[in-house]
Design a protein around this ligand. Structure first.
Ligand code: AMP
Length: 189
């Protein structure tokens, strides 16, 4: 089974490109942000806990997030592949993902990074906020999320690089060109 982490800052295009990967390759897609937003919509206890963090632009605690991820991953074991979108966001989460995969006789195939400059991210997220209806797509929370990315998530770039798993793609420009670059990586796995 192919296991891919699609990686990048908020607004880097992970969700958009994941949809295109799903359409072309028929992989399962786990967006941890979508999972949490769904819990909020369904007013579950988990949703209530998650909302407090999401609305502040902060990360949900690692152990809780890993439990959620394992639960969703185990529903996708019959897929040809799985895309992890929005997970991991910290080094402990990445370690937990490796452990979770190893426990199931699996391995991470690749980390595909969408590289987008900070000022472009800000622009995209403010624009998305006009239509997304997301409570965290407002200027103050966007700034907080980009800080969290910089401080807690971006160290994963080097972490995956050292493990020989990182494939960096220029995430600025034409959607189809970006997707073609992603396909080149996947087709070699
Ligand atoms: P996203 O839709 O991926 O931008 O995620 C929206 C929000 O959900 C984030 O700002 C976090 O508050 C929370 N979240 C999503 N994925 C994770 C994760 N892997 N670890 C911690 N919090 C997460």
């Amino acid at each position: 089974m192919i296991n891919i982490v699609i990686f990048g800052a908020p607004g880097s295009g992970k969700g958009t490109q994941s949809e295109k990967i799903v359409a072309k390759y028929g992989f399962g897609h786990i967006s941890t942000g979508d999972v949490l937003r769904n819990e909020i919509k369904n007013k579950t206890i988990l949703g209530k806990t998650a909302k407090a963090y999401i609305d502040k632009g902060q990360l949900i605690p690692d152990s809780l997030m890993t439990d959620i991820l394992a639960r969703v991953y185990d529903t996708m074991r019959d897929s040809k592949g799985v895309i992890f979108d929005g997970f991991p966001r910290t080094i402990p989460q990445a370690e937990n993902l490796n452990k979770l995969l190893a426990e199931r006789g699996e391995d991470l195939s690749a980390m595909i990074e969408l590289d987008v400059p900070q000022d472009e991210l800000m622009k995209r997220l403010i624009n998305r906020g006009k239509t997304s209806g997301r409570s965290d797509d407002n200027e103050k929370t966007i700034k907080q999320r980009l800080d969290v990315y910089h401080n807690q998530t971006s160290p994963l770039v080097e972490w995956y690089q050292q493990k020989g798993k990182r494939h960096s793609i220029d995430g600025l420009g034409d959607l189809e060109r970006i997707f073609a670059d992603i396909c080149q990586v996947i087709d070699k796995l």
